[in-house]
Ligand binder design. Structure first.
Ligand code: SF4
Length: 168
């Protein structure tokens, strides 16, 4: 979704959004209900996706090896050497949107930017705001209509970029 401003190569070399400290394990991506069983089957593990009503989320797992001070958990779909192992059709939309997220603060829903992403600086933020004004806002709004599980509770480490209007 953000390929014009964030290359796959940059993401592939970082993978920071696929590993988690214990306090950030909530950040694992949601997946559509219809993909939950497919992902379990692909990763050969029944517990990798947790279902809670209509919301399905990938569950982080402990990393076997990690540098001192690094995140202790990872997405079970992450191969530490080669990156995300999920095929394109099973890749969570939240991963395709990263470092953007959709978050609810009170009654309002916002498109937000993860300030902890290593690619985010002032130039990147300006470039994303331009994309939002030129069609990305509509694309994300449509995505939210189809998959409300991507709406997360607001976290103050995220920068609110644009409010999503009421009809969503
Ligand atoms: S599904 Fe893939 S891209 Fe998304 S967090 Fe897991 S490993 Fe990373």
């Amino acid at each position: 979704m953000l390929k014009s401003v964030l290359s796959e190569k940059t993401c592939g070399q970082c993978r920071n959004c696929c590993v988690f400290y214990s306090k950030s394990r909530w950040e694992t991506p949601s997946v559509p209900v219809e993909n939950a069983e497919k992902i379990r089957s692909f990763l050969k593990c029944e517990t990798v996706v947790e279902e809670n009503g209509n919301i399905c989320k990938i569950q982080s797992v402990a990393r076997s090896e990690f540098p001192d001070g690094a995140e202790e958990y990872k997405c079970p779909a992450l191969d530490e050497n080669s990156g995300c192992t999920l095929p394109a059709e099973l890749k969570p939309i939240e991963c395709s949107m990263w470092p953007l997220r959709v978050m609810k603060d009170g009654l309002d829903v916002y498109i937000t930017l993860a300030t902890g992403c290593h690619a985010v600086d002032d130039d990147f933020t300006n470039a994303v705001n331009l994309l939002l004004k030129n069609g990305l806002y509509e694309k994300i709004s449509e995505t939210v209509k189809k998959d409300r599980a991507i709406i997360r509770d607001y976290d103050s480490s995220y920068l609110k970029l644009m409010k999503i209007t009421e009809e969503n």
